[in-house]
Structures are given as C-alpha cells and as structure tokens.
Design a binder for this molecule. Sequence first.
Ligand code: 5AD
Ligand code: SF4
Length: 482
Amino acid sequence: MVPDTFFIQTVGCQMNVLDSELIAAELRRAGYVPADGVRRADVVLLNTCSVRAHAEDKIYSALGRLKHAKQYNPRKIIGVLGCMAQKDQQLIFRRAPHVDLVVGPGRLHRLPELLQRVADGGGPCLDVSLDRAAEDRRSVRQSFVPFTPLRPAKTPSAPHQTMVRIMSGCDKFCSYCIVPRVRGPEQSRPAAEIVDEVRRLADAGCLEVILLGQTVNSYKDRTGPRTIALADLLAMLDRIEGLRRIKFVTNHPRHITKSLLEAVRDLPKVSPYLHVPAQSGSDAVLRRMKRGYGAATYREMLDRIRETVPNAAVTSDFIVGFCGETEEDFRQTVELVRNARFKNSFIFKYSPRPETKAAKLYADDVPEAVKRRRNNELLAIQNVISLEDNQPYFGRVVEILVEGPSKVARKRAAVITKRATAGSPQPGPFSEEEGTVQLVGRTVCDRIVVFDGPRELTGRIMPVRIDKADAFTLFGSTVDLG
Ligand code: 5AD
Ligand code: SF4
C-alpha cells in the first residue's frame, strides 16, 4: 500500500516552528511520508498562532482556500493545530466545516492516534486542554502535556542548528497576552533529559542549540535535591563535547539574575545575545500591561547587562498603541529606545485578544492610524540605531555559523528548477552551475551575515570579512586563509 503523505504549514513563533518539526518526526515514525505541497498531501496540517488578530485572519483565509481541496482527494484530512486551535476550538468547525481535526498545543502527543481515528471515519475530532480559568488547577496542568517526543538526532532541515524546548507555557499573564491561556501553565523540563537530548544532537553533528521557553530565564528544574536554574543548565550544556554555541530565547526582565549574566560572560559556548522584551518605556502603560517592572527597573537591568557582559547584543519587543497609551507615554518609549541602543527591536501594534485582562478591562482606544504612525516612528529610530550598531563591523572578520542558502538564493533556485523542467534553464549570477549561491549565516550575537560561496559550506563555522552593512544585514566575503 502507498503510505499516506503529509504537509505542514506553520504560522507564528519559533515554538511553533519547533512543534512542526517534532510533529513531522512523529508522523514519519508513524509511517507517513512528507509531501511537497498542499495539493498532493493526504494530510494537511496548519500549525497556528493567535498572538495577534492578523495571524488568525491569515489562517482563516488559508482555511478558506482549502475548501475545495477535497475535490481532488476525498480522503484528504485537514487539521488545525496549535494556539488558535486551543483558543477557538469548535468555532473552527463552524467557520470552516471542511476541517476534520482541531488539536491544541497541549495535546499534540495524541496526533497520530487522532489522525487514525479520522481516517477510520471517526471525525470530526477535537482535542484541547482544559480552560485555565477552571477551578481544578491540577487537572488543568495535567491537560497541558509538554510536547517533547524523542526525535531523530539529525533534523532534516538544519542538522547543524537545532531548537530545543526547555520549558513550556507561561504563568506571567501580561494583560494583553493570550499565550498563558493557549500554551498553559509554566512547566520546566528536567535538566537531565535536556542534557541527554543535546548530547545526542551534538554527537550527530549539531553545532548550535537554541533553547526555547516563553520566559526561558525563569527555567527551574525542581525534580532533584537541588533546584537547577537556567545558569546551572547552561553550565551543564557548556561541557558537551562537539557543541559550539548555545543561545536562549525569550527572557523576561524580572529574571535576569547576576548568576545568569555571569554564566553568559564566563561560559565559552554561551552566546552574548539577550532578547529581553521591554514592551513599553512608560510606567503607566507597563502597569496596565501587568509586566511587573517599571521603566527605571528595566534600565537598571540594562546597566547590569552592560556592566557584566559589555559585548552583549540586546534585543527587545515593543507594543505600540496599547490601551490608554498617550503621546507622552509613547515619547517615553521613544526615549527608552534611543538610550538603550538595542541591536534591534520587534515592534507590534496592539491587537486586543479575547478573554485577556486588557480586553476585559480597558478600551482599545488608540486609533489604528495613530498605532501605525507610532509603529513607523519607533521602527525608523530603531533602524538608525541598528545601522550605527552594524557599522563598526565594516572591514572586520567575524566568525559565523553558515545556515544555508539565503531566501533570495532559494527563490532563484526554485525559478531555475521550474525553468529547467520547462526546458529552458537560465543560469544567473547565483546559478548552480557556477557552484556559488548566496549563503546566510549568523555571528555569535545573532547578527545576520550574507555572502557568496559554495552550498557545501552550510553547517560550517567559519570566518567571513564584512564589506558592507545595512540596518538588518552584514554583507561579507569568504576569507582566504591561505
Ligand atoms: N498585541 C500585539 N502584540 C502582542 N504581543 C503579545 N501579545 C500581543 C498583542 N495582544 C507581542 C509582544 C511579545 C511578542 C511575542 O508579541 O511584544 O513580546
Ligand atoms: Fe505573554 Fe507575558 Fe508570558 Fe511573554 S511573559 S508569553 S508576553 S504573558
């Protein structure tokens, strides 16, 4: 019998990218084979995000486009997974009746079994965790099962660089954020299990691990006689032979401890890169956001970072146009961005999320045009800083981990393949025939470097000379070590 094929489309953050990678591994283990597109796949899975309304709108339009997909293949199974599945539940079946399966992020371990049930005619099928507001806390926790299946040591997408979840969920309940509701309570993975996984990955050739957690620096393994915090875990991972780099995202400002900064400073494999979202520079806004710190405390934390790890690249997230944000509040955010000199900042317009504290308590009263203007203004200020921050790299040789062909190169390759199959190959500046493509790599502090070189350099840690820099990218060339 021909095995069933699957295709996963992913929207959202690195957590979702990792979940999709793990789902793919699980499905392979269950005998499914990857398909190269939606049309041919027997199983189409959308791994979804609900952090902003815009992400959800995109997913519902994608679902709309799948409406007629079953015409070509009546056996096709369509599944909606992840955060939006947990948030919208039955609503997904009502808005998209052709969906067969809805599975929340805390139930992904059941996916192969649920797919079988639908294939046997037992659909449509819904599996989600309990509502976090429910009385029985223990049952709620048990219903959010951390998704940490054993995966093959070599990830097909990037064997040299792997994301590893060290904790799931979030207990912070920032007033604007849906994540604690859809990803469940904070749960740290036992350190021994993480060390084992990373050791297996390193033995298989992985050079860099990116440790993931919604508030990664509140990681605490309390299963043993001694509590293991993130700084301790980093020290354990730093000893793993073959592994060269360790990064971790996302940090919460309240848990940037002295020992964590010392670990970043002292452990040779830990990257001096800290993503610590500030969200706003105004005390009044931060209070309404329930972030648990004020602007002065955030600045003090930045000072501590600069003092202990002077070469650290610090990045941030900001939300503009949050409920009640005045022009004066926004000016304070501008001032923070001007003074903090982040390597870069991700800036978002506030999007009210149902059932969150902010949506219940405060009016979404900043007009869309004002949100847009503030977004653009903050972005423009940050871009000038990012550009200035990149300028000193001009002429310098940096060490990068080569991640593979850049997006531009991948697109060109796809065009060339299409033309080639149509019978008219068109060698261009990045043609495979010349053996050179545009490659992308990253420095230890997460700066993106683009350069031309043979595809075979993928997965190498190597020096590159920087010839040009813009706000987002360093452009380099290979160094002749002759
Ligand atoms: N609206 C806009 N941005 C949001 N974020 C989280 N929730 C919302 C929301 N409701 C942003 C925060 C967070 C990042 C991942 O997404 O800045 O750090
Ligand atoms: Fe959301 Fe706040 Fe938790 Fe981050 S710390 S995931 S913003 S609730």
